[in-house]
Ligand binder design. Structure first.
Ligand SMILES: Cc1ncc(COP(=O)(O)O)c(C=O)c1O
Ligand SMILES: [Zn+2]
Length: 413
């Protein structure tokens, strides 16, 4: 029996056999959702099986992934990232619980490893020799990282303004790196054309239906790590909308198979000039392009490629969207790091900035539990981080000079 029933279009509902279609709906070009035979999965996959499972990574949920086996998976540890609980911060913010899920702890230091891992395994399953991707940076660096020791060539398209650390990752891992004179959206279009022209497998977010499948594993982990409870609100940074749509799919699937009862409300956090999902959610539901300019490169998107699914996730979860100014994002980086010990890149810090704004606007109640999804590590973009911290002290190597500094802090006994 096949565990995948169909690939269903999020726009027109058309169903496709998985061997019939590679990326988008054959009727309307909409994004496809992988629909499983959940009755079959329920029989195979249960709490006891999970307890015994030796994979302490995303592959522990293989029964709910679109792969026939785990032969093509990377040997790096992807997923099962830490989920931290902060009692003092819950008190400070007057919320019931305050959690942080640190996905910057993945091998290439971002959430995107979850998606790359599944798409890469799918490529291996289908005997693809070349995989390509356009990316604001992280999807690409994760693909380059995970494919580094595999028998597959990786071609990457990134905007020329992608942060240096992300480009360094790409080059270090040995991908063929093409920086495009233009935006992420330009890189995206070129990668699709290149895939078609040269027959490469395309990993693009909001295009390849399997990227969402990897992303949903984060929701599975949250359920398991909170012992089958779910937070009331999850703050998710949103660019293309694939992470938030994947997270939502994960919670829905765990509810379908009876692992959880309560679904969380999702909050999409976007940068003010890159807020197409927020505008569509609060307007007529149609995604329209915006400028996309923001310091948070990972959520700098003019036309979100999985925007419709993101809007659907917000509506179905009864959540909301919030946008934050670049200044709030930059300020949030050290503030969040100093409160939690988690250093975030700007996009991830935006999730925390969005939480602060929602709290101020009275959208979060005292009895609510909150989780901030920290999607990417701060070392990915130190230039942005340095904008909101001072400079270190510079002194001659003499105790007398150090004494002046120490006195300023009242640490001189
Ligand atoms: C660190 C980080 N946060 C958030 C996002 C946004 O995810 P999505 O584009 O799926 O909305 C990305 C995407 O690149 C990312 O790398
Ligand atoms: Zn369709």
């Amino acid at each position: 029996m096949k565990k995948i029933k169909t690939l269903q279009c999020v726009s027109c509902g058309k169903e496709h056999d998985q061997d019939e279609v590679k990326y988008l709906c054959s009727s309307c070009g909409g994004n496809l959702h992988v629909i499983y035979d959940y009755n079959l999965i329920k029989k195979r996959f249960n709490y006891d099986e999970l307890k015994e499972n030796r994979h302490m990574d995303m592959w522990r949920y293989a029964d709910l992934l679109p792969l026939s086996d785990l032969k093509g998976i990377s040997n790096l540890q992807i997923g099962y990232t830490p989920l931290y609980k902060y009692k003092s911060l819950a008190e400070e913010f007057s919320v019931a619980e305050f959690y942080v899920k640190d996905d910057g702890r993945n091998p290439s230091a971002s959430f995107k490893d979850r998606a790359s891992a599944v798409v890469l395994a799918k490529a291996m399953e289908n005997d693809q020799k070349v995989i390509c991707a356009a990316s604001t940076g992280n999807a690409a660096s994760s693909l380059a990282c995970l494919s580094a020791n595999m028998d597959i060539k990786t071609v990457i398209f990134v905007p020329e303004k992608a942060p240096a650390a992300k480009i360094a990752q790409l080059l270090v891992f040995g991908a063929i790196v093409v920086t495009v004179k233009g935006t992420y959206d330009d890189a995206f279009d070129l990668s699709v054309k290149a895939g078609e022209e040269f027959g490469w497998y395309n990993r693009n977010t909001g295009y390849n239906p399997y990227s969402r499948e990897g992303k949903k594993t984060c929701a599975f982990e949250i359920c398991e790590q909170l012992e089958w409870e779910t937070p009331d609100y999850i703050f998710v940074p949103v660019g293309d909308g694939n992470i938030i749509s994947g997270i939502w799919k994960g919670f829905l699937e765990f509810k379908k198979i009876g692992f959880i009862e309560k679904l969380p409300k999702l909050v999409a956090v976007q940068a003010e000039s890159s807020n197409a999902v927020k505008l569509a959610f609060e307007g007529d539901g149609v995604i329209k392009p915006v400028s996309g300019q923001t310091v948070a490169d990972s959520i700098s998107v003019s036309l979100p490629r999985d925007g419709q699914s993101a809007v659907q996730a917000l509506k179905e979860s009864k959540g909301f969207a919030v946008s934050v100014h670049d200044k709030e994002i930059i300020k949030a980086i050290p503030e969040f790091a100093r409160k939690t010990g988690v250093f975030c890149e700007p996009a991830a810090a935006a999730a925390y900035a969005g939480f602060l704004k929602a709290l101020k606007e009275g959208k979060i109640d005292k009895g609510d539990s909150v989780l901030i999804l920290a999607t990417g590590n701060g070392l990915k973009d130190i230039q942005s981080a340095m904008k909101s911290v001072g400079k270190p002290y510079l002194i001659e190597p003499q105790l007398s000079e150090l004494k002046n500094i120490v006195a300023d802090f009242g640490l001189d006994k």
